[in-house]
Design a protein around this ligand. Structure first.
Ligand code: GSH
Length: 209
């Protein structure tokens, strides 16, 4: 393919961060080789001059292409890889189904995740204390998951859209992993419990177990 550089992909990621896990699980699902370059968020490595040269937005993941070009934003990374490696397909060919998939990706990546991200948790903790930050994250996680649950209950089957994995599951499953980290249970979310079970049964999602 004309726009597909040959050679090794490098993924700059913190393997415990949910945005990184979206890409890591996807690469496993497609059996794509990648070199992991660890970026320890807890150590502030994403704010180093070296990393900022790669991603001025100071966030992981970053996919470094064989020619050295950097690609940021997990959804853009997955759509790029999906265009190059369409088998097995994770984006339905039918437009409405594809829009449902992208809608769920956005519910996680654009709505839920930004308000619970590390920099926001830290800012709330600094302004109002650790307990307030914990309450903040749990509250926004519950609100975000309620929206994802509603979408999965309407359009999902075994997975979050339909009965086969799609890109949406690579956003939803890491969000459920985060919910567990934050002490948010899935009891109110039966559709998400079903999606989680289906994802965790696949080898691709082993990093979330
Ligand atoms: N929308 C971005 C989000 C990237 C992002 O915020 N990643 C988090 C880790 S899950 C991060 O690097 N946080 C660092 C911080 O908040 O300072 C994506 O989908 O890639």
């Amino acid at each position: 393919m004309a726009n597909q550089p040959t050679g090794a992909l490098r993924l700059h990621a913190d393997p415990r961060s949910s945005s990184s896990l979206r890409v890591l699980c996807y690469l496993r699902h497609k059996a794509l080789a990648v070199t992991l370059v660890p970026v320890r968020l807890g150590e502030g490595e994403h704010r180093s001059a070296h990393f900022l040269a790669l991603n001025p937005a100071a966030a992981v993941p970053v996919l470094e292409l064989p020619d050295g070009q950097a690609l940021t934003q997990s959804l853009a990374i997955l759509e790029y890889l999906e265009a190059l490696h369409p088998q097995p397909p994770l984006l339905p060919a039918e437009s409405l189904a594809a829009a449902r998939v992208r809608s769920l990706c956005a519910l996680v990546a654009a709505d839920l995740h930004p308000v619970t991200n590390m920099r926001v948790r830290r800012a709330v903790a600094q302004a109002a204390g650790d307990d307030a930050a914990t309450a903040w994250v749990r509250d926004f996680t519950l609100q975000g998951l309620a929206a994802v649950e509603a979408a999965a209950a309407r359009h999902g089957g075994a997975f979050s859209v339909g009965d086969a994995p799609t890109l949406a599951d690579f956003f939803v499953a890491p969000a459920l992993f985060n919910a567990r980290r934050f002490g948010v249970g899935l009891d109110p979310f039966p559709a998400l419990q079903r999606v989680q079970a289906a994802c965790l049964a696949l080898p691709a999602f082993e990093p979330l177990r």
